[in-house]
Design a protein around this ligand. Structure first.
Ligand SMILES: [Zn+2]
Ligand SMILES: [Zn+2]
Length: 208
């Protein structure tokens, strides 16, 4: 066990954490949160590890998920951040061999737990999403293929995507929105390749 100081804006708290956590704090602070909660205890000052403010906020949020009210001044993350972190955790697990994953997965047959947490969501304008989808005329603006199916409202199923993400300060406007098939939408949120972004921007220009 090692002592670490988690710090944000001069506000420091000392925790006793497992060595592996202390040594890889930057990378692992989110993933190891649930273990920390079993092991942390306030202790005298020792080794100093400082994490950046964003990670500190995410760490506080994760700790509060298990211990409601542990921190009072938590800035909730965006849903997109939570999803990205989940994808990252899955990607790290995938690097294990199949046999190891199988035995671990079989050991972990549990009912999923439910946490009531606060997140930030953007209130998007349905008129803009409707316009963007209609403008696309049933064709995905990235792969240029026809929507895979007609949805329950009789419309080709496409999803409205913000080229500059709202969580990065993007506008909820027709200029910043495209209609994508679900595969391409996922791809943008996972990869967000610059070349794809250019294709999307061009496709908006072409429509006017
Ligand atoms: Zn597509
Ligand atoms: Zn999107």
């Amino acid at each position: 066990m090692k002592e670490v100081i988690l710090s944000a804006d001069g506000d420091s708290i000392v925790y006793l954490v497992p060595d592996a956590v202390a040594d890889n704090l930057e990378d692992y602070c989110l993933e190891f949160c649930s273990n920390w909660l079993r092991n942390i205890s306030l202790n005298r000052f020792g080794a100093i590890t400082v994490i950046d403010d964003d990670k500190w906020e995410r760490l506080k949020w994760t700790i509060n998920k298990k211990n409601p009210g542990f921190f009072q001044d938590v800035i909730p993350p965006y849903e997109e951040q939570i999803e990205q972190e989940y994808q990252l955790a899955v990607a790290k697990e995938v690097s294990k061999p199949l046999t190891k994953l199988r035995s671990e997965a079989e050991k972990k047959k549990t009912q999923p737990t439910v946490s009531v947490v606060q997140t930030k969501v953007f209130n998007r304008n349905p008129t803009i999403a409707a316009y963007v989808k209609k403008r696309a005329n049933g064709i995905c603006q990235l792969c240029k293929q026809k929507a895979l199916f007609i949805d329950q409202y009789g419309e080709p199923y496409l999803e409205c995507h913000h080229i500059v993400w709202l969580s990065n300060g993007g506008e909820d406007s027709a200029d910043n929105c495209v209609a994508l098939c679900p595969n391409c939408h996922r791809k943008m949120h996972i990869m967000n390749d610059e070349s794809d972004i250019q294709v999307l921007k061009q496709s908006i220009t072409d429509q006017f």
